[in-house]
Design a protein around this ligand. Structure first.
Ligand code: 5GP
Ligand code: ZN
Length: 117
């Protein structure tokens, strides 16, 4: 999918609405449109990358590290870092990936099932 038709690229470009809670030179974070828990925020790279399988270079190492640290920061801002939260990247059809622009789910605010499969 090209960046022109990617919904997350449109959100990053301000061409589609979203509740954006964080933005820097590498990543943007916004609330999930269909939250699965009281806190459900997506952290996405500003550059289009379809899946984690496309991450290989040194640049992507910095971006992926930033995604995790921003997820941790937002968990603190949402007051769920002590009660617990989950950071999750679905990759490919059997994992349930539906949007092919890499995204880290921040889930929390309620007890989460072990959810490993
Ligand atoms: P996946 O299943 O690919 O890991 O997660 C995709 C997530 O993106 C889902 O939780 C879905 O609710 C969310 N999502 C899909 N389209 C939109 C959208 O247009 N705006 C927002 N904010 N979230 C979306
Ligand atoms: Zn995209």
């Amino acid at each position: 999918m090209s960046t022109l038709s990617c919904i997350f690229c449109k959100i990053i470009a301000g061409q589609a609405p979203a509740r954006i809670v964080y933005r820097d030179e590498l990543v943007t974070a916004f609330w999930d449109a269909h939250p699965q828990s009281p806190v459900h925020i997506l952290v996405v790279p500003n550059q289009h990358l379809a899946t984690l399988n496309d991450a290989a270079s040194g640049d992507e190492q910095a971006m992926l590290g930033r995604m995790v640290l921003v997820g941790r920061q937002l968990a603190g801002e949402q007051g769920i870092d002590e009660t617990g939260y989950r950071l999750l990247i679905n990759t490919g059809p059997q994992a349930g990936q539906t949007v092919y622009h890499v995204h880290l789910h921040l889930l929390g605010g309620r007890p989460l099932r072990s959810g490993l499969g």
